[in-house]
Design a protein around this ligand. Structure first.
Ligand SMILES: *Cc1c(COP(=O)(O)O)cnc(C)c1O
Length: 367
């Protein structure tokens, strides 16, 4: 039987034509027409004034924190369940990521717990739209306003998700995205920062390009970084943007197939939910075992693997990983992250594949 991968890119549009155009015209580095075109297309998609492309999603996060002037000794509030890049970017600035627990239904930052972690050193909040379900931005923004904090959306996993009709990427001070090979759209490696703030956008461009003055070549008023995206990456990105509506609807349809095929397993597993105010996108379709722990979850994943189905565990919370280890308890993260499984989620899966995955899971859970 065919092996089913948990994620894979879909390069079915103009990717090849645009990359060949880069090669044929010699514009292969970080100048060229595709970079601006990709940025404009992405800004329009998110409904924001500015989009600044970077070489990956982690540098997008780091660059955002640099231009927000995050300094050693500062604190930034992040959810404990996230991909480690969120925490690392804070550390790159010498600042401290301060962890908060998550909501059980979406595994997103629990706004109720944020205020208890705010101190005189807190500078901002990074809500993460985990696996494609948006965080509760209204409440996060309200808390940020009250305490004079900035908000950076980590939207690496949520291109196209919405809160009350507005796209993620337009909901904070700025937002960052990733275009890694397994994300909703890809450039191989790549990232983007979106913002409506003109001054911030100019700073992001300055610091992305080694800090070189845009009006005076080889004059560097600040210490910047080389976080530029190449024209080849942007060529792939522009082609991906031409098909992003299909990417999102294919993933929606897939989630519908899963919901139907797994319906009889309710009681043994918990299926994804969507908040009334949210439109989620399915970067990953997740299930949670209704009981048991990490060991039971890992055993289920191993059996699926033996049946030719690749899955992934939901992220370990930051507070159990060696660089960010704490003795504090985060009850929701501790209980639910260990029960979570990412099922295969990509555009080339058929309904027959989903039925096979559901049947395999049914067999495994019957043991
Ligand atoms: C993928 C991801 C990133 C980092 O993106 P890279 O492009 O892999 O550097 C950051 N945050 C989250 C939540 C992610 O999933």
């Amino acid at each position: 039987m065919k092996r089913i991968s948990v994620a894979q890119p879909k390069l079915a549009g103009n990717e090849r034509n645009y990359v060949l155009d880069c090669l044929d015209t010699n514009w292969i580095s970080s100048n060229g027409k595709y970079i601006g075109a990709f940025e404009e297309s992405f800004a329009a998609f998110c409904g924001v004034k500015h989009a600044i492309a970077t070489n990956n999603g982690t540098t997008a996060l780091h660059l955002a924190l640099v231009v927000l002037d995050l300094q050693p000794g500062d604190e930034v509030i992040i959810p404990t369940v996230t991909y480690i890049a969120t925490a690392n970017a804070v550390r790159y600035c010498g600042a401290t990521p301060v962890l908060v627990d998550v909501c059980a239904d979406t595994m997103n930052i629990d706004p109720q717990t944020i205020e208890s972690k705010i101190t005189a050193k807190t500078k901002g909040i990074i809500p993460v739209h985990l696996y494609g379900h948006p965080a509760q931005m209204d409440v996060v923004n309200e808390i940020a306003r009250k305490h004079n904090l900035w908000v950076v959306e980590d939207a690496a996993e949520a291109h196209g998700a919405e809160v009350k009709g507005s796209k993620v990427g337009s909901l904070g001070t700025c937002a960052t995205f990733s275009f890694f090979g397994n994300k909703i759209i890809t450039t191989g490696e790549g990232g983007m920062i979106t913002t409506n703030d003109d001054e911030l956008a100019a700073k992001l461009r300055l610091f992305r390009g080694q800090g070189m003055d845009p009006n005076r070549r080889y004059w560097f008023p600040v210490i910047g970084y080389n976080y530029r995206m190449t024209n080849i990456q942007a060529a792939i990105g522009l082609a991906q943007m031409e098909n992003i509506a299909t990417a999102l609807s294919d993933r929606d349809r897939l989630a519908g197939w899963y919901n139907e095929a797994l319906a009889d397993l309710k009681g043994k597993i918990v299926l994804p939910t969507e908040a009334a105010w949210a439109k989620q996108v399915f970067w990953m379709y997740n299930i949670f075992l209704a009981d048991g722990d990490e060991h039971k979850r890992d055993a289920v994943m191993q059996k699926l693997d033996a049946m030719g189905i690749e899955t992934r565990p939901v992220f370990y919370p930051m507070h159990v990983l060696p660089p960010y280890k704490e003795d504090n308890v985060y009850p929701v993260a501790d209980l639910w992250s260990g029960r979570g499984i990412n099922l295969p989620t990509h555009q080339d899966l058929t309904q027959a594949d989903i039925i096979r995955i559901a049947a395999s899971l049914r067999e495994v859970l019957a043991d």
